[in-house]
Design a protein around this ligand. Structure first.
Ligand code: SF4
Length: 726
């Protein structure tokens, strides 16, 4: 082989919402190297451990063996799947879905997607479910990731739009990181923070987190708050800002509504009361508030610690309240900036690919928005009834209300909370389609039909990262085996379903022959682009060609604009009915499942630095286990002693929903009475059965389905558990 690559392809890392650009080298049709793209604004050539090993996962023979390469069908559940071919597979899928829709109505089918899908994939899926089938039963694993951030932005600022950008890190005087371990979850963003601190020694870094993470270790001020007490912390800080005259009265008067109601709601959380609830020193809470309001500009960075909560929307809104109260928004170095967990959770939100959303940030609950989308799609109407959100969809399936379920690019048999219910659901649904790149995920074992999808290195389309920046995803090699692009699978299935549902196609507007006229990802994207005209995320000035010639761009970029928009709300005008932001008068409330004498520990879950989700891509690469090699439950050293546990001793972790046996590991990062288990290890690594006979499905055998009443995001950051040495 020549040492020179045959081709270099610019594309985007698929692992996290930082959205780094990568350049892929191929030789003789194989990916052989990956480098950071120096021209990509998100990373300027840098890559973290996961990104820099992308080529190894693409080339690794074990990973390749794990690929699903041809459509497969099972004659019966538990049987060995047999190759079936694309035509037969999609005919069977269309027959079964059409039959369920005819016999039980459109509400009897469900679709569960992923923040890994590209924007084009998402767009076609959304139109298939809401435009053709006539249900809103489409939700995705973004519900487990970002839905509280969406609801928090909309409740306060009027639109689901992170107002800040990565460059703001360089301009900030205070960085407030809450519920985010940036060092592990967004490592390249952390490099920016390190650079900013070197360039500006006066920069203050505050970190609030129940665990003393690697990010917390870097902080000038660490606030080790008790799980779920974020709203109390923010209200306590607001009261300090009020006491010390650090609110921006002029900004509040000119640009916001509802400040008096917020102050009244926050009264219950005096600084002293808030500090006591959070379990932190009062002086530290006061110091955090002084830096937040007095050492400005202030940029907040936050992630799942706020989102994955039974009060997720309130937590997001309470933090945004602080930015509005101090005028820390819409200017360089300032703003509430939610970090996206998945590579394209933003793109999914943009096309409205969730149970309560419609295209281009339109709301299902808004009759005008429904009419606009129906007109765009050429159908008589889109359904009004809200769809089932992620947890509710699997609960409905477990009750027998969902007869056909299509799962694309995600692994709910590991990643959803309350796995016992998820297992019951997958067993009860009459017909389960799993559209996947890898044959080894836990969910594949439940499929009646397996459809092979392309993955990173093969896919073609766009993604949007945390700072609203749209990047191209380009194919470097041909699809593996018979794998097809997700948008094309939905398009092909959609056309076949149209032929079987004349009662649905009869409702198309004159001139609409098919909802799926697409031949390329660009043809899908152009329709998505048209849907954004006049909306807050207007990208009518953008094109694939412009992304090619000028590189990734941040929305909005309306017709006539020469570049994207780095920062929102610089003029103090917000996308609400009266142009003013709204303070959210939220009240502190504790976690959904408080600890008690039977379940005295608070279980937290999250990421490791070098693993990704259910390990389908990273779990076969030995060098990615150098950081952490096996699952464990991390505990405070005092709790280890109290339980009589030595390092590596097995301990049973039991919640009201299941149990898991893992080695115990002492960690100074942990506070007393708290436990932490990484989310990555699933049944294929842990094995065994629970007391109820269910297979052990990883940490989500323990987690709870209770979630935020507004965002419907489950509280994956806390479950009450019992620990017992084995
Ligand atoms: Fe990929 Fe995220 Fe690492 Fe960037 S920070 S290389 S996007 S995993």
């Amino acid at each position: 082989l020549s040492a020179q690559p045959d081709t270099l392809t610019r594309t985007t890392c698929p692992y996290c919402g930082t959205g780094c650009g990568v350049i892929v080298s191929t030789r003789q049709g194989r990916i052989v190297d990956v480098q950071g793209d120096p021209r990509h604004p998100a990373n300027a050539g840098r890559l973290c451990t996961k990104g820099s090993t992308l080529h190894l996962t693409a080339a690794d023979h074990v990973t390749r063996q794990a690929r699903l390469l041809t459509p497969m069908a099972r004659a019966q559940r538990g049987g060995v799947p047999q190759p079936i071919g694309w035509n037969a597979a999609l005919e069977q899928a269309a027959d079964r879905f059409a039959q369920v829709i005819r016999e039980h109505g459109p509400q009897a089918v469900g679709f569960y997607g992923s923040g890994q899908l590209l924007t084009e994939d998402y767009y076609v899926l959304n139109k298939l479910v809401k435009g053709l089938i006539g249900t809103n039963n489409l939700d995705t694993n973004s519900r487990l990731c970002m839905s509280s951030a969406v609801a928090g932005y909309k409740a306060t600022l009027g639109a689901d739009a992170p107002p800040a950008c990565y460059d703001d890190v360089q301009h900030a005087q205070t960085l407030f990181i809450v519920g985010a371990n940036t060092a592990w979850a967004h490592p390249i963003l952390l490099r920016r923070i390190e650079d900013a601190r070197k360039a500006n020694p006066a920069l203050k870094l505050i970190v609030a987190d129940p665990r003393r993470t690697e990010t917390a270790e870097m902080a000038d001020l660490f606030l080790p708050i008790q799980p779920g007490t974020d709203v109390a912390l923010f209200h306590g800080m607001l009261n300090v800002l009020l006491e010390e005259g650090l609110v921006d009265k002029a900004f509040i008067d000119a640009h916001t509504d509802g400040f008096d109601a917020l102050c009244e709601a926050a009264q219950a959380c005096s600084p002293a009361a808030a500090a006591a609830l959070c379990g932190i020193p009062l002086d530290d809470l006061r110091q955090a508030a002084r830096w937040f309001g007095g050492h400005t500009p202030t940029l907040s960075l936050y992630c799942q610690g706020l989102n994955q909560s039974a009060r997720g929307t309130d937590k997001n809104a309470a933090l945004i309240n602080l930015h509005l109260a101090t005028g820390q928004i819409g200017k360089p170095g300032a703003g509430p900036f939610s970090l996206t967990g998945q590579p394209n959770a933003m793109g999914g939100r943009e096309v409205g690919g969730m149970a309560n959303l419609l295209s281009a940030h339109r709301d299902l609950a808004n009759a005008s928005h429904r009419e606009e989308v129906a007109a765009l799609w050429g159908v008589d109407a889109v359904p009004e009834q809200p769809g089932l959100t992620a947890v509710a969809m699997f609960e409905a399936a477990a009750r027998g209300e969902i007869k056909a379920l299509w799962i694309a690019c995600t692994n709910p048999a590991q990643s959803m909370p309350d796995q016992a219910t998820v297992r019951r659901a997958l067993e009860r649904v009459d017909f389960v389609v799993v559209q996947e790149a890898f044959a080894t995920t836990a969910t594949c074992a439940h499929a009646d039909l397996l459809l092979p999808a392309t993955t990173w290195g093969e896919k073609d389309g766009t993604v949007t990262n945390s700072e609203r920046r749209i990047s191209r995803v380009r194919p470097a090699v041909a699809p593996a085996g018979e794998a097809r692009h997700d948008w094309f699978i939905f398009t092909d299935f959609g056309r076949r379903l149209e032929a079987r549902l004349p009662e649905r196609t009869a409702r198309y507007r004159p001139g609409t022959r098919t909802l799926f006229p697409y031949t390329t990802p660009e043809s899908v994207w152009m329709e998505h682009r048209a849907s954004t005209r006049g909306r807050d995320l207007d990208i009518t000035g953008l094109s694939y060609h412009l992304l090619e010639t000028r590189g990734p761009q941040q929305w909005p970029m309306p017709d006539g604009a020469t570049q994207g928009t780095a920062r929102l709300y610089a003029d103090g005008a917000f996308p609400t009915a009266n142009g003013r932001a709204r303070f959210a008068p939220v009240a502190y409330a504790p976690v959904a499942e408080p600890c008690d004498a039977d379940y005295p520990f608070s279980l937290n879950t999250g990421r490791l630095r070098d693993q990704w989700h259910g390990m389908s891509r990273t779990g076969t690469l030995g060098r990615l286990f150098g950081h952490v090699s096996e699952p464990a439950v991390e505990l405070h050293p005092d709790d280890m002693r109290r339980l009589g546990l030595a390092e590596g001793d097995l301990v049973q972790v039991r919640s009201r929903r299941g149990a898991l046996v893992l080695p115990a590991q002492a960690s100074d990062a942990m506070a007393p009475s708290q436990a932490y288990i990484a989310m990555h290890w699933g049944p294929e690594y842990l094995g065994g059965q629970t007391e109820t006979g269910d297979p052990v499905a990883g940490v989500n055998s323990l987690t709870q389905p209770a979630g935020c009443p507004t965002s419907r995001q489950p509280e994956l950051k806390h479950a009450a558990v019992h620990l017992a040495p084995v």
